[in-house]
Design a protein around this ligand. Structure first.
Ligand code: PLP
Length: 504
């Protein structure tokens, strides 16, 4: 008994951590994170690990008895922090930016403390109403009309899935929400459209929505990787003749490979004429609309039925946060609202019950971090940061354009540049298959060398069959000197590549 007095409630096997112990530990955690962010550049971006290296240092069985916090935090510092890929690092320029800004982290921490589950207004009144407000703020910051409603989800993949399901539900006369998709021999096969450049999450949405991958028709893109509306119109007509039932078009604003922008206005016109739902995947590119003078790039996107923009990409929001905007909330509610007895008392008439608009019942309180971030930076401050990233990308683009040994492989509408090393002497012959294969191999080698520096981290894609190195800017911590470093490493890597004695 006397021993028990020295043990905390958690150690006794009852209750949570003691509040004062929590306070002290929380201060240590805050310091740890602040030190991490301040010292990020000391870490190599990618750890030198083989699969299993971390796991083998973690005990195979969980501890039976309580462990001291010092040990736990010590293991975090030793095993976890150094052994992640550092997405927060200013030299991380791969894929699309996904960083957590200071105010975003603070908001995430506060939301975690509250653990508000934003399912029904009654269970989460302030969280629900903050989400309503922040969605309205973002909608207006993006320059979209006031008839867009919306909500936060976890990812663009899920936002697009919800939109595809709402689009499917909107097909007149099928009632797929009640009847389902299976066992209807009389049901025509559904068809949706996206470009050859669209993200694979659209195909996954088709799989989950019962449309299937064969139900996704990929429309060819033009030589700037934008969906060709003339071919879309032809495909719809051809499919109708062949007995398919077209129901949805997914355009992309900022494709994953080249960041091309499908012509939203032309797609909206086709959708209006054909009675199809237009969903726009603006997971990355939508953020550009924070900058009023960039909105012309997205012209026509305001005519979509639904749009997804990911704050956890180029809006510096800690993972995860995806903004799904839609014009007809009732379509989502008709599909997703189910009110069994055990929650019926939680439904408040006239209030927003967010779980009725999506698949999840329990929902994270994502609006708080967005609210803190928007207030801390301000709408103008956010726009200025986007401009800065676009300027840095433009300076890299200009370097590439000015250097005859490098070749840009796509326009740069936003903050991502795709290019390859192509010695000037090969310019005339770069379309020859053998030379093309050689260039692919050299560029892969250049990328590997840059990444091996572990001070800059890039990814690649393939554009018109050509291996393209891809640099994306959008990290709040990246400054001009990081772009310089990236360029210097690229040049050094290109100089160091073994060209196998080839005459150039
Ligand atoms: N759409 C586009 C255009 C993307 O580039 C990505 C990811 O990079 C996604 C969707 C998927 O995003 P999420 O990871 O939020 O599902």
């Amino acid at each position: 008994m006397s021993d028990d007095k020295r043990l905390t409630p958690a150690q006794l096997g009852v209750g949570d951590m003691d509040p004062e112990e929590f306070r002290a530990a929380a201060h240590r955690v805050v310091d740890r994170v602040a030190d991490y962010l301040a010292g990020l550049e000391a870490y190599p971006i990618v750890p030198d690990l083989k699969p299993g290296d971390v796991r083998s240092q973690l005990p195979a069985t969980p501890p039976g008895s309580p462990e001291p916090l010092d040990d736990i935090l010590g293991d975090y510092a030793r095993l976890i922090e150094p052994n992640i890929t550092h997405w927060q690092h200013p030299g991380f320029m791969a894929y699309f930016t996904s960083i957590a800004s200071g105010p975003g982290i603070l908001g995430e921490w506060l939301a975690t403390g509250l653990n508000s589950n934003v399912m029904f207004w009654k269970n989460a009144p302030a969280s629900t109403e903050l989400e309503e407000r922040v969605v309205e703020w973002l909608r207006s910051m993006l320059g979209l009309p006031g008839d867009f409603d919306g909500m936060f989800t976890d990812t663009a993949s899920v936002s697009s899935l919800l939109a595809v399901v709402a689009a499917r539900h909107s097909i007149p006369g099928l009632d797929t929400t009640e009847k389902g998709m299976a066992g209807h021999p009389d049901m025509p096969r559904l068809r949706m459209y996206c470009s050859t450049e669209a993200h694979f999450s659209i195909e996954k949405a088709a799989v989950v929505a019962g449309v299937g991958r064969e139900g996704v028709r990929r429309i060819p893109a033009d030589d700037e990787y934008r969906m060709r509306p003339d071919l879309l119109a032809e495909a719809i007509a051809e499919d109708r003749d062949a007995g398919w039932l077209p129901f949805c078009v997914v355009g992309t604003v900022g494709t994953t490979s080249s960041t091309s922008v499908d012509p939203a206005g032309a797609l909206a016109e086709i959708c209006r004429r054909e009675g199809l739902w237009l969903h726009l995947d603006a997971a990355y590119g939508g953020t550009a609309a924070l900058v009023p003078e960039m909105r012309s790039l997205l012209e026509g996107w305001e005519r979509a039925d639904s749009i997804v923009v990911n704050p956890h990409k180029w809006m510096w929001t800690p993972f995860d946060a995806s903004l799904l905007l839609f014009r007809a909330p009732e379509r989502f509610r008709e599909v997703f609202s189910l009110v069994p007895e055990y929650v019926s008392a939680s439904v408040t008439a006239g209030a927003h019950n967010y779980n009725e608009y999506g698949i999840q019942m329990g929902r994270r309180f994502r609006a708080l971090k967005m609210w803190m971030l928007i207030r801390y930076f301000g709408a103008h401050g956010m726009a200025e940061r986007v401009r800065h990233h676009v300027r840095m990308a433009a300076s890299l683009r200009d370097r590439i354009d000015d250097d005859p040994d490098w070749e840009r492989l796509a326009p740069v509408p936003f903050s991502t540049v795709c290019f390859r090393y192509r010695p000037a002497g090969l310019a005339d012959r770069s379309e020859q298959p053998e030379i093309g294969r050689q260039l692919d191999a050299w560029n892969e080698e250049i990328l590997n060398r840059v990444n091996a520096s572990r001070r800059i981290y890039l990814s690649h894609t393939r554009l018109a069959g050509r291996y393209a190195i891809r640099v994306t800017l959008g990290n709040l911590r990246a400054r001009t000197e990081h772009v310089e470093r990236c360029w210097d490493l690229l040049e050094a890597a290109a100089r160091g590549v073994d060209f196998g004695g080839k005459t150039l």
